[in-house]
Design a protein around this ligand. Structure first.
Ligand code: PXP
Length: 243
């Protein structure tokens, strides 16, 4: 079994740089190293508050990334303009709240339908593949198909935060069920958020999930073992199907 593709999110390399307003470490260099180590895709989140990735990082990555570039962003007209100019291979629309530490929940495609339809159309017109980051909820999967997205990325945060045992099993089942629903509706299925070396295994086992986007745990491990080894180890887990 080949296992799901690995998208490496390098946002937190930029977090370290921004913490000091320094010029290093460079997330663009990190993206190149991640690709050399086996990443199938580079993922970055250009937040409206620019707390980590900056516009110039995104522009440089568009020139240097040789696999695929996946841009996570809010579904606002301003961000759509940036995506149209930079032309990533894929855009993942995510909800954004300024005070949050990280993307806390999935996009509410049911309630935010009008704004999301506009963004999806504008991006698809440019030939950009569009993914929606949603909670593992059937109504959100169906709404994603209805607004014209080609991909869903299922938010694994609740599975990752659940206590081992029944709660975790239930959250994993919700992820698997949403993945099956997505495939049945003709959507490509990705997943991510909060995944690390110990909890990724059961998610890898879900056959409908074709791609995982993983950031924090890889960058954190890179502090101790280097980025190439951290990426290689995660890639091996995806290929082997768990720890
Ligand atoms: N996928 C999406 C849509 C995200 O917003 C994030 C966090 O930016 C990730 C994946 C990666 O999450 P983590 O850093 O917890 O691995």
């Amino acid at each position: 079994m080949a296992g799901p593709r690995l998208g490496v999110n390098v946002d937190h390399v930029a977090t370290l740089r921004q913490a000091r307003g320094a010029s290093y470490p460079d997330p663009v260099a990190a993206a190149t190293l991640a690709e050399l180590a086996g990443a199938d895709q580079i993922t970055v989140h250009l937040r409206e508050d620019r707390r980590h990735i900056q516009d110039r990082d995104l522009e440089a990555m568009r020139r240097t990334v040789s696999t695929r570039l996946n841009l996570e962003m809010a579904a606002t007209p301003g961000m759509v303009e940036i995506a149209r100019a930079v032309r990533p291979d894929e855009v993942t629309l995510v909800p954004e709240r300024r005070a949050e530490l990280t993307t806390e929940g999935g996009l509410d495609v049911v309630r935010g339908r009008e704004e999301i339809v506009r963004a999806v159309r504008a991006l698809r017109d440019e030939g950009i593949l569009v993914s929606l980051f949603i909670d593992p909820d059937r109504s959100q999967v169906e709404a994603s198909r209805d607004v014209g997205a080609q991909v869903i990325e299922i938010h694994t945060g609740r599975y990752c935060e659940a206590r081992p045992g029944g709660e975790q099993v239930r959250e994993l089942a919700r992820v698997a069920e949403a993945a099956r629903a997505g495939t049945r509706l003709g959507l490509q299925v990705a997943a991510g958020h909060g995944l690390h070396y110990q909890n990724v295994g059961p998610v890898v086992e879900i056959p409908e999930i074709e791609e995982l986007n993983i950031g924090h745990s890889i960058v954190a491990r890179a502090v101790f073992v280097g980025l190439e080894r951290a990426v290689r180890e995660m890639k091996e887990l995806l290929e082997r199907g768990g720890p």
